[in-house]
Ligand binder design. Structure first.
Ligand SMILES: *[C@@H]1O[C@H](CO)[C@@H](O)[C@H](O)[C@H]1NC(C)=O
Length: 439
């Protein structure tokens, strides 16, 4: 009896520890180090997150426009101020932690060479060897455990704002004009990308370095990722399944930016949701255990006009692009989680007026679409704002989805936008924690 009890205890223990979802991939964009004020994330605050993360993805390297070599986008910090070495040194204290160096993302903006990522693919071995050697050296010399390719591909065109009638006409016309095509050589680029990833993998193999891919928002996976072939080459894939709409891409309408499922009412696009993106990778035979679901710790904020109405129910019409930047985020249309939570009704702001008055939070009891918060325009004194975001509860719902689908885990974008100071409640990193507790 006692033995049986012990045996079943051990079996259930084993089942628990081997259960799928175990990755918590934390993106760390080191540009958060150089922000001013409360958004500045220094290493002692960063360290608090490391007990929760299985992987830290350090961003970002860029690609040199002239010779296609990988290089730090902030050499002063990363190399001369030793941030690379200081971050990888954390592995001594947190031995479970794997630290990867990431190339690309949305940081490597280069107006003079806007197509350099595609040029690197087209340049074949001549150009690629330089990239591969330089990326390998950075990983090796600074003690990283591997490389992440947050490769920049052409993005889908944002959906256009039009009436119902126009929509029908538009999709009819699309059949003939291929209006959604953003790259006429996508099939070739897909082949080239697979060959490129194979060579990158070869360069990392001898040292046992990891290789992961980050699929950036609004990239059509069908065009660029040969999923069965990539499966043999990468350790895991992080799907940035958010920013389906953004105030830059969709200035005239606001909607849920990272819903789990399609909200069929209204005229939404079927691929603007997490489940569509995940299912696509699974249907192509990619192992669920190697797929990590990306969750954003920031919100997208639109400016409302008087014509946007008082209701706030998405899809919100007649918006006017990005809301003003936050003091911490320092980017128009983007607010970090602590900035959002400070705008919701709380004892400090409940009697304030005008642009300091609190926002109304609308939660989602169905747990399918996410939250939003807004304040309608009020006369000439109060600006209107509408924010779509995942709070700790919504992030936890996504972790539950990950478990239900037996995915590998969650990838959080980015530690620097979570509440790392504990300004909302006194918990530091509330979004990261809520994901960790659910996985
Ligand atoms: C992605 O590409 C496939 C294949 O060309 C196409 O059928 C699909 O509509 C595209 N999706 C988007 C969002 O453009």
């Amino acid at each position: 009896m006692k033995q049986f009890f012990l045996l079943s205890f051990f079996t259930s223990f084993l089942v628990t520890v081997t259960h799928g979802a175990s990755n918590l991939v934390c993106y760390y964009d080191s540009s958060s180090y150089t922000r001013e004020g409360l958004g500045k994330l220094l290493n002692p605050d960063l360290e608090i997150a490391l007990q929760f993360c299985s992987h830290l993805v350090y961003g970002y390297m860029g690609l040199r426009g002239d010779n296609y070599q990988a290089y730090s986008l902030n050499e002063n910090l990363d190399i001369y101020k030793h941030q690379f070495s200081e971050i990888t040194a954390f592995k001594r204290k947190y031995p479970h932690l794997k630290v990867l160096l990431s190339v690309g993302g949305d940081r490597d903006i280069d107006a003079e060479h806007p197509n350099k990522y595609i040029e690197l693919l087209e340049g074949e071995k001549v150009r690629q060897t330089g990239f591969i050697q330089s990326a390998y050296s950075l990983v090796k010399n600074y003690g990283f455990d591997g490389l992440d390719l947050a490769y920049q591909f052409p993005r889908n065109k944002p959906r256009k704002v039009h009436g119902e009638l126009g929509a029908v006409w538009k999709s009819f016309k699309k059949l003939f004009t291929g209006d959604f095509i953003v790259d006429n050589n996508a099939a070739l680029h897909k082949e080239q990308f697979t060959a490129f990833v194979r060579d990158v993998k070869d360069s990392l193999r001898a040292d046992g370095f990891l290789l992961s891919l980050t699929v950036l928002p609004n990239v059509n996976s069908t065009w660029y990722f040969d999923i069965p072939a990539l499966n043999g080459l990468v350790d895991f894939v992080n799907l940035a399944a958010f920013d389906f709409l953004t105030p830059e891409r969709n200035p005239e309408e606001a909607d849920y930016t990272a819903p789990l499922y399609e909200l069929a009412a209204q005229n939404r696009l079927p691929h603007y949701n997490v489940d569509f993106q995940v299912q696509y990778w699974l249907q192509q035979g990619f192992p669920a255990s190697k797929l990590n679901l990306g969750v954003a710790s920031y919100g997208n904020a639109w400016k409302l006009s008087a014509e946007s109405g008082l209701e706030g129910t998405p899809v919100v019409p007649n918006t006017e692009g990005p809301a003003p930047e936050g003091l911490q985020s320092q980017k128009a249309g983007l607010l970090s989680y602590p900035e959002i939570c400070a705008k919701l009704s709380n004892p400090q702001n409940q009697y304030l007026k005008g642009n300091d008055s609190p926002l109304r939070r609308v939660s989602d009891p169905s747990k399918r679409y996410g939250n939003y918060a807004y304040r309608a325009v009020d006369g000439a004194t109060t600006e209107g704002i509408w924010i779509s975001y995942d709070d700790p509860d919504a992030a936890s719902n996504k972790a539950a989805y990950v478990r239900a689908k037996n995915l590998g885990g969650v990838a959080l974008f980015d530690l620097g936008y979570d509440d790392f100071r504990g300004q909302c409640t006194s918990d530091k990193y509330p979004i990261l924690r809520s994901i960790k507790y659910r996985l």
